[in-house]
Design a protein around this ligand. Structure first.
Ligand code: NDP
Length: 282
């Protein structure tokens, strides 16, 4: 009698350091269920010095796709043999995909995830808006190109280390009206949309922001997220923001974009966002 065929499911995962609290396994399992895709998605704690060996081992043993998060996105950019134009531009990769020809493709889905959450889920207009981006780290790198594609009136980047904000403004200057500064330079300025891409929220802290920075009817968005409102979400509420949101929607949307790259099927994100929102107190 012929032996029954073993069912080897395609393997995916997320690596980061630390990774314990990642919601990505949950999100991708919900997507897989919704789209009737047989796959395994696990979280792997990988210190930066072990990144190359761990990723090579993953793909050598049947891995098909990998998400990379803090602090591994720049290493993932270096690791990828080919990159999508948006990943190339951002110099950060959050999604690796094994192509059929054996090439490891690097993509950055963070920007697409943010734009989808802002403009589709929350109907926040970016076209002609005055946008302020706080922070000049890896997350900012991934979202500046997609933000400029929305044709804002201006995009100002403010960072604690001013030189990094100026560097990003220089690097992306040919794509739109972008400038860099420090937090102290923001006094007297007004913005329609303020995005927090600093990691200050992770320690419940807030960059020093002057009163009156948010124009009437403006919106605040923290890329960080948690089970309670972040310090920046609370600040936005104090400033009477029309909307003051955190980055859970972006997280789900960037995951949907990665899932689509891997599986060729686009999951519907809103039931997953609703489910995760129902489980917390924001
Ligand atoms: P990085 O470590 O690359 O950059 C951190 C940034 O925060 C730097 O600009 C740093 O300034 C600034 N910063 C840190 N602490 C403070 C502070 N106390 N006050 C003012 N500025 C501070 O991190 P990432 O860019 O990768 O991530 C930033 C945030 O975005 C994180 O909270 C992350 O969780 C979130 N994120 C969310 C995503 C989502 O899907 N929702 C996707 C990606 C990121 P300096 O340069 O001076 O050190």
């Amino acid at each position: 009698m012929e032996a029954p065929m073993k069912n080897f499911m395609d393997r995916y995962g997320v690596c980061g350091y630390p990774i314990k609290h990642s919601k990505s396994p949950r999100i991708h399992r919900l997507f897989a269920e919704q789209c009737h895709q047989d796959l395994i998605y696990t979280a792997m704690e990988v210190p930066p010095e072990q990144f190359s060996a761990a990723v090579a081992d993953f793909f050598d043993h049947g891995g098909k796709g990998l998400n990379c998060t803090v602090p591994l996105k720049e290493l993932a950019w270096q690791y990828a043999t080919e990159k999508t134009p948006r990943a190339e531009l951002s110099k950060a990769v959050n999604t690796l995909a094994l192509r059929q020809d054996g090439v490891i493709l690097g993509d950055n889905t963070d920007g697409a995830g943010l734009i989808a959450d802002l403009t589709v889920n929350h109907r926040i207009a970016l076209n002609n808006a005055r946008i302020l981006l706080l922070g000049a780290g890896g997350a900012s790198r991934g979202i500046i190109g997609p933000l400029l594609e929305q044709s804002p009136q201006r995009l100002a980047i403010a960072n604690r280390t001013v030189a990094k904000a100026l560097q990003l403004a220089k690097e992306f200057g040919r794509y739109g009206p972008i400038s860099g500064c420090g937090f102290a330079d923001l006094a007297g300025e007004h913005f329609d949309v303020i995005l927090n891409a600093t990691s200050a929220s992770l320690s419940d802290a807030l960059p020093p922001l002057p009163e009156g920075l948010l124009s009437a009817g403006g919106c605040c968005y923290d890329l960080a997220y948690g089970n309670e409102p972040t310090a920046f979400v609370r600040w936005g509420r104090q400033q009477q923001a029309a909307l003051s949101l955190d980055g859970l929607g972006m997280l789900v949307e960037q995951a949907a974009e990665a899932f689509y790259l891997w599986r060729g099927v686009r999951p519907v994100s809103h039931p997953v966002i609703e489910l995760l929102n129902a489980e917390r107190h924001v």
